[in-house]
Write a new protein. Structure first.
Length: 320
């Protein structure tokens, strides 16, 4: 099944118990304290009415959601940049009406940063500030997205997650003599980019990978991408079709990141030519030969007139 469909509804989404609690002090995570959506970094995203996935990916996700009703699960989303991995985690939280928390693994430098930090104030002295990640751990049914799992500043940073992602769903932080537990129904979803094209990432070892169910993500099909460009960039369908004709002729399906296409479409809507828009939308995304091939395809498909004086420097004093 190669077609993509718009996934905008999840049946029985209201069966989930959305009682949630927040850990603060001591060894037990259930403090009985409650908080609303939007407090402490916890959000309730709205589903994306224009999110397209292949049926096999939807079937795998629904299967895992059913499994999550009986046991803890972790989901690893793999795929090229621009395939919608992070957006999918937000979309799924919206569909299932679950609390949602996003943490960027790429900014972590030390393992203890996951849980909090020691601070000092003259009026309070030294105290431990619990992280927003810990609060998310204590929120029942929360989807916690660990973005860029293999892109941390220190490869050992992710070691702190091993027990949380394992069967025990708990970890002891010795420096503060505190145990943190994962609340009932929490689903961890992690995203990674893999391959020689991605610098700054580390290989995901088998012990970490083995803790996840894997769902490979892929770029939208042509028809789905046309609808996405119309909905998200405001491009009319005819010009969206033309843009896809160009990139379809000039690039392979492995070179069509969604973000780059949306940015390109937005520049077209803003009044730039297709060539100008492609240069800006795919800037830094393609090698020189691939960019040249893409621009040649634009000339062949569109035969548009390109202004000849674009490199002329002028004094800019008016928007007219």
């Amino acid at each position: 099944m190669k077609c993509k469909i718009c996934w905008s509804d999840f049946p029985n989404a209201n069966i989930l118990n959305l009682h949630h609690c927040m850990p603060m002090n001591g060894e037990e995570h259930d403090s009985g304290m409650k908080f609303k959506a939007g407090e402490n970094g916890i959000q309730y995203p709205s589903p994306d009415s224009n999110f397209y996935m292949r049926k096999r990916q939807i079937r795998a996700t629904v299967s895992l959601l059913r499994l999550a009703e009986t046991k803890p699960i972790n989901v690893l989303l793999t795929g090229e940049t621009g395939t919608g991995k992070t957006s999918f985690t937000q979309h799924l939280a919206g569909l299932t009406r679950r609390p949602y928390f996003l943490v960027n693994c790429g900014i972590m430098q030390e393992p203890q940063e996951w849980f909090g930090q020691m601070l000092f104030e003259p009026s309070r002295g030294t105290y431990y500030q619990v992280s927003e990640f810990v609060r998310a751990l204590g929120t029942e049914n929360c989807i916690i997205c660990i973005d860029e799992l293999n892109r941390s500043e220190n490869p050992k940073v992710t070691n702190a997650l091993m027990e949380l992602l394992g069967e025990t769903r708990t970890t002891w932080v010795d420096v503060i003599r505190m145990r943190f537990n994962v609340a009932h129904g929490v689903i961890f979803m992690a995203t990674i980019n893999e391959g020689s094209a991605y610098t700054g990432v580390d290989p995901l070892d088998i012990a970490m990978r083995g803790r996840f169910h894997v769902i490979p993500m892929s770029y939208p099909t042509r028809n789905a991408m046309v609808r996405i460009l119309v909905a998200k960039a405001g491009l009319d369908e005819a010009r969206a079709e033309k843009l896809m004709d160009v990139v379809g002729k000039g690039l392979t399906t492995e070179q069509l990141p969604t973000r780059a296409l949306i940015v390109t479409a937005e520049h077209i809507v803003g009044g730039l030519t297709y060539e100008e828009s492609l240069k800006l939308g795919f800037y830094g995304m393609l090698k020189t030969d691939s960019m040249r091939q893409l621009l040649q395809a634009a000339q062949l498909v569109l035969n548009e007139r390109i202004p000849e004086d674009l490199e002329e420097e002028v004094c800019w004093t008016s928007l007219n």
